[in-house]
Design a binder for this molecule. Sequence first.
Ligand SMILES: [Zn+2]
Length: 243
Amino acid sequence: MQISPGAAGTADGARRSRAPARRPTLARAPGACRICGDATAFGYGLCLSCRAVALALGRPLVPVTAIRVVSPESGLYRALRQYKSGEPSVAHRQEQRLTAILDAFCRRHLPALAPGGLDLSVVVPSARAQRPPPHPLARVVASAAHLPPHRDVLGAGPGMADHRQPALDAYQADPCVAGKRVLVVDDVYTSGAHLQSAAATLHDAGAASVVALVIGRYDRGARSERSGAGRRRRWPAAPQGSG
Ligand SMILES: [Zn+2]
């Protein structure tokens, strides 16, 4: 079952920055990428990153719903960095914040995203394997009451996905996902290489359907626009592990 795309959201921290507030919506804006909701060049249905990832992966991509659009100025961007690598009390607080955001979104929108229901949730494993399990995102997903049960059925594979470079062997799925309707969750969507590699792995393992949800879609347009306007200013890198 293919789920209609939903996406786009609000630049978090609008009260603290001058970014205009945009409410989350499940509808794509006109001209938005059919997969991730980012802006596209005129005449294209997919953005540059999604075209590159689809070409490298050699198969159609899974539409992705993003709860928010994040930029380096936003509070949610900080949360998405700190919940994995911040000082323990800060990481814990940010983890709770992300759980609340994810749970509230799923309570309201998950029935529309997956009208046939979902059997389980998985998270995209960390691209960097130094962190012992469980992944902090797995705790976030497991703590969110309105998500399907979290199952640790997706692990790192021998390959490596990177920015705009998906890899079918970057992940491996437990055979128990066969026939299951799976919600795959990631924290940050940048090019989609990691999440789309994970979704492809789940499909190859026989999942009946894969619905993709991310907490934040990185605002690629804002970064390139600003870096072009002010070359002397250094912008922070995308949150670690995003791709
Ligand atoms: Zn896209």
